[in-house]
Design a protein around this ligand. Structure first.
Ligand code: IMP
Length: 185
């Protein structure tokens, strides 16, 4: 390892620190609580594994409603930073979403291919509504025209890591979102 601390590695440039992320998540949580206050009993937040796990944990604690949580496992990337364009459902929800208000919670919308596939799939299952919350979006690359109902931050077309996001399964535990300056080592 290049430096003594994994979290403060010289090879990582911080894009959003923990404080900035929390402040934005509190705002997103308040907006979600306001919009779903009359539908809370039917509300389920569905996190997309694995990248959502840190964001979702903070987001649900910022939504002051009696909501339910479920998970879907999707995989669209191998161990590289390029989209394969192939989406695979690896884990499905544990309870039917029929008649429920679904809010999908994603870490990042890049090309939008993954969300395009998933939202279409969920809409065939008879939910009352399906909306999308994503912490990050790369607007320059979102070619699918996916609408993000609750967005944390728009970012430039850079490969980001941390706060749940990985590069080859590493860096998910960084408490901030950062950019890897080099992937050589
Ligand atoms: P999309 O289908 O191109 O929108 O890609 C969505 C998925 O690719 C996300 O859920 C992430 O798992 C992964 N991904 C896209 N961009 C990044 C990135 O910059 N860092 C880490 N993962 C990414």
């Amino acid at each position: 390892m290049a430096s003594e601390s994994f979290f403060t590695d010289d090879n990582i440039e911080v894009m959003f620190d923990a404080e900035t992320l929390q402040a934005r998540i509190v705002e997103l949580g308040a907006a979600i609580a306001r919009d779903y206050q009359d539908d809370a009993d039917d509300l389920v937040l569905i996190g997309i594994l694995k990248g959502c796990f840190v964001f979702l944990a903070d987001l649900v604690r910022a939504v002051d409603l009696p909501l339910a949580v479920d998970f879907i496992g999707l995989s669209s990337y191998g161990d590289s930073t390029e989209s394969s364009g192939v989406v695979r459902l690896t884990t499905d929800v544990s309870k039917s979403i029929e008649g429920r208000h679904v809010l999908v919670v994603e870490d990042i919308v890049d090309t939008g291919l993954t969300m395009n596939y998933l939202l279409e799939n969920l809409r065939t299952r008879g939910p009352k509504s399906v909306k999308l919350c994503s912490l990050l979006e790369k607007p320059d690359k979102n070619t699918s025209g996916i609408k993000i109902d609750y967005l944390g931050f728009s970012i430039p077309d850079k490969f980001v890591i941390g706060y749940g996001l990985d590069y080859a399964e590493r860096y998910r535990n960084l408490p901030y979102v950062g950019v890897l300056k080099s992937t050589d080592g």
